[in-house]
Ligand binder design. Structure first.
Ligand code: AGP
Length: 609
């Protein structure tokens, strides 16, 4: 989604803004632009639709100079991607430049009021409305104007403003969408996302909702909605700048797939001992009284939730409902006494997941979050004490890989720990799971050795235009994630079906030239799966089975191709099996010439609903 950067200091702003925008480009965008305050006080705006390269070319022809500026990558919401709709937008005088993330929900009303008052707006964006309003409201202090503006805006937003009349200052305000700032030796920086600041500083200031900040080359000052100065501490980011770079890999996605062993290790070693479950944000009494768990999330995080349903039901004997957050938030869910709500998100900024969490809290449901990003909106909404962190490190590729695996791992840990608290999990079984979790990073490393075999399989199956994913139990959850991964990076039609459902309709689609990827990691349903494979092959579709070593001999006669993963505990086997599915999606996308890290139409962090 959209990205914001800002810079004020002594160095040429354009280069720093472009560098910042590049580091945010993983979020997905369709146009980009910058505004720089030039020596003579004019606000120079350069923007264009398309990728950053186009903006760079434009800047070569029409350079800008100045040491203060704001920049933006836009992912179109209001208005098509075009030069005119690209940010920054200026007010009618051209002296105030604005960039904005989020959606202004009362934009239509504000626009009609402005037009009725004689304003002529050039594009279709809600951001231009903000710029126009600011211009008309401005009375000499942009800080005061922004405090007033907030009273008019409805929706979620992060806004950065540069005002020609107030040199040496940049302004920003936020509600719902993230903004972070940093200061170091005569320079201040602003961004919508931490990776854009890491190159400059790892000590960042995270703005809270309805706060306004003023950046100068002496520091960052934060004001509350009443204009009172709020002294704020900075937050030290554990992620290094290198962790947000490709480090020799062809793509972020491949790098992040390979970072999974370490991400699993860090998440396990965070001190969350299954046998001493005090780290859970629920105590023994609450755990024992729980009657239901509800999990809400989007996309891949939702699939981690589907997997968790099986783990929670088996290990903690709890009924679980898993729902996409966009559905949960609008269906007037019936809150139950002794219910636990879990929001799951890598970014911690997904608008629907945040809203679902807010809805659960509003209804008085005990709520916790699983999150990968410290200080994110979801972590803050749940409260630090109610947030369990995955330790995947920055995930840059749009296709989530290491975040998924660590979410699934953390869910198994939570399920076992809750099982211990509730007395549903024998200590011996908890010990087995703990040992298996300890071994999991090593097994994930071994699984990555399948890479070349998978690449060759992808060459072989590259002609398939339709790929089905199937499995039973936890492997059905795995199939859902495998299908999502493939469709989002390779644009192939791919769909997941529970193996038991194939006969109830989807089997009509099976024919020669179609591929079915089957996860077979659960011994208790293996024979049922093998029967399903026979049905699939009888329709001339091809089968690629993924199974652990201990099942390989039994599976082999029933499949065309097979990927064998190391043996592990049954409740962790689907996690290892996810790795070949990720690599399969990656190589299919490469063979088909797709933009692996920034697939079309997708954004990394979906901050609008
Ligand atoms: C996964 O590959 C995605 N691109 C997407 O489905 C993602 O998982 C979803 O948007 C949720 O994001 P979050 O985990 O940051 O909340």
């Amino acid at each position: 989604m959209c990205g914001i950067v800002g810079y004020i200091g002594q160095r040429p702003a354009a280069d720093i803004l472009l560098h910042g925008l590049e580091s945010l480009s993983y979020r997905g965008y369709d146009s980009a632009g910058i505004a720089v305050r030039e020596e003579n006080g004019t606000v120079a705006v350069r923007k264009s639709s398309g990728k950053l390269e186009r903006l760079k070319q434009l800047l070569k022809v029409q350079p800008v100079s100045g040491c203060e500026g704001i920049g933006h990558t836009r992912w179109a919401t209001h208005g098509e991607p075009s030069d005119v709709n690209a940010h920054p937008h200026t007010d009618e005088s051209g002296r105030i430049a604005v960039v904005h993330n989020g959606i202004i929900e009362n934009y239509d009303l504000l626009r009609s009021r402005l037009e009725a008052a004689g304003a002529v707006l050039k594009g279709q964006t809600d951001t231009e409305v903000i710029a126009c309003l600011l211009g008309r409201m401005y009375g000499g202090s942009m800080l005061d104007t922004l405090l007033e503006l907030q009273k008019l805006l409805q929706g979620r937003y992060a806004i950065a403003v540069m005002c020609g009349q107030e040199p040496g200052r940049l302004f920003c305000v936020k509600s719902g969408s993230p903004l972070v700032a940093a200061h170091r030796e005569g320079e201040s920086f602003l961004a919508s996302d931490i990776p854009a600041l890491l190159f400059h500083s790892r000590d960042v200031l995270i703005l809270k909702d309805r706060e306004t900040a003023v950046l100068t080359n002496e520091g960052v000052q934060v004001y509350d909605e009443n204009g009172r100065l709020c002294p704020r501490e900075t937050f030290h980011v554990a992620w290094s700048q290198e962790s947000a770079e490709k480090n020799g890999y062809a793509h972020y996605m491949l790098k992040e797939i390979h970072e999974q062993p370490i991400a699993l290790e860090k998440t396990f070693e965070r001190g969350n001992d299954l046998l001493r479950p005090e780290w859970l944000p629920v105590d023994r009494e609450t755990a024992r009284n729980l009657k239901k768990v509800t999990i809400a999330a989007c996309g891949t995080a939702y699939h981690a939730g589907v997997l968790a349903k099986y783990a929670l039901e088996t290990l903690a004997r709890l009924p679980v409902e898993v729902e996409t957050a966009g559905e949960y938030r609008y269906r007037q869910p019936v809150a139950q006494k002794n219910e636990l709500f879990i929001a799951v998100s890598q970014s911690g900024e997904t608008a629907d997941t945040l809203a679902a969490l807010e809805e659960a809290r509003k209804n008085g449901v005990r709520s916790i979050a699983i999150c990968n990003t410290v200080g994110s909106s979801i972590a803050r909404a749940a409260g630090e004490a109610n947030t369990l962190y995955t330790c995947a490190g920055p995930e840059i590729a749009v296709a989530s890989t290491k975040a998924y695996l660590t979410q699934a791992e953390l869910f198994v840990m939570i399920s076992a720990a809750l099982g211990m608290l509730r007395g549903t999990l024998p200590v011996q079984r908890a010990l087995e799971i703990r040992n298996a979790l300890n071994e999991l990073p090593k097994k994930a490393r071994q699984t990555l050795l399948l890479q070349e075999q998978i690449r060759q399989l992808c060459e072989r199956f590259s002609h398939c235009e339709h790929v089905f994913f199937t499995g039973r139990g936890m492997d059905y959850a795995l199939a859902m994630e495998g299908a999502l991964k493939l469709k989002e990076v390779s644009y192939l039609f791919s769909e997941a079906y529970a193996a038991g459902e194939l006969k109830h309709g989807p089997i009509a689609l099976l024919q020669s030239g179609r591929l079915v990827v089957a996860g077979i990691t659960q011994p208790h349903v293996m024979e049922k799966m093998l029967a399903n494979l026979q049905e699939i092959r009888a329709r001339k579709a091809q089968v690629l089975a993924i199974c652990p070593e201990k099942m390989a001999d039994r599976v082999k006669p029933h499949t065309d191709e097979m990927l064998v993963i190391p043996d592990t505990d049954d409740c962790l086997a689907p996690l290892l099996a996810a790795v070949p599915m990720q690599l399969f999606a990656y190589f299919m996308a490469r063979i088909r010439g797709c933009d692996v890290d920034q697939p079309r139409n997708l954004a990394k962090s979906v901050t609008v609903e």
